[in-house]
Design a protein around this ligand. Structure first.
Ligand code: MG
Ligand code: ZN
Length: 221
């Protein structure tokens, strides 16, 4: 019985996600679902990503958090199209919450919509929001064993960002172990080593995003 309930909840979510995807397709924007544990650097990444596209691609952000508007306040300095979604007890964003968030934005004025999911390595990856691409972050301080421990996050990712690599010479972290674990669960997604602090890897990340956005424009015609 329990399984039936969960299935029907997910089915209802998927129907809303399909509607979200259609709306975002029509607006010809690229929707990017960003997932990681709390503190992996999702907001810091966006603080560097959004200005890098200034005058080229227009960004908007939906920020999911249990409480507070702190991340949205940081990002609202960079784009007026920023909406905070407080989930309360909810440990992941749902398609319905994203649908509400979309209502608050002028979709016609957006090229890149970043959806910063609630910090959580487990359930966000199982909930379709209608996004076009999925980004998984793993930060160096979290440890090199996390890909193997949380495969559900890294398996469906379209790109994996190893963040805070400026700490590699301070902490014991085996990059080979991460690549080895990924070779077993996800060989499709590129792994980009990145530091929002030093800028290392930012060009690769920005290039990857611009490429996915260009693909959307082509398929949306
Ligand atoms: Mg954040
Ligand atoms: Zn959850």
């Amino acid at each position: 019985m329990k399984i039936t309930v969960i299935e029907s909840v997910l089915k209802a979510n998927d129907a809303v996600a399909r509607t979200n995807r259609r709306r975002m397709d029509e607006a010809k924007l690229l929707a990017v679902n960003i997932m990681s544990a709390p503190g992996s650097g999702k907001t810091a990444l966006l603080e560097k990503t959004i200005p890098a596209f200034d005058g080229h691609l227009r960004s908007a952000v939906l920020v999911g958090d249990l409480q507070t508007t702190r991340d949205a306040e940081r990002l609202a300095r960079l784009t007026a199209q920023t909406t905070q979604i407080n989930t309360g007890q909810g440990c992941h964003l749902s398609a319905a919450q994203v649908a509400q968030g979309l209502d608050s934005l002028d979709l016609a004025q957006i090229d890149l919509l970043f959806i910063e999911n609630v910090g959580n390595m487990v359930c966000p990856a199982g909930v379709d929001l209608g996004e076009h691409v999925r980004v998984a972050l793993l930060s160096v301080p979290e440890g090199d064993d996390k890909v193997a421990k949380y495969p559900t996050l890294f398996q469906p990712a379209d790109v994996i960002l190893l963040t805070k690599v400026d700490l590699l010479n301070v902490l014991d972290f085996d990059r080979g172990r991460v690549r080895d674990d990924l070779s077993r669960i996800n060989t499709r997604a590129p792994l980009i080593e990145l530091s929002a602090k030093t800028g290392q890897g930012m060009d690769d990340w920005l290039g990857w995003l611009a490429g996915r956005r260009a693909e959307r424009i082509e398929t949306a015609v």
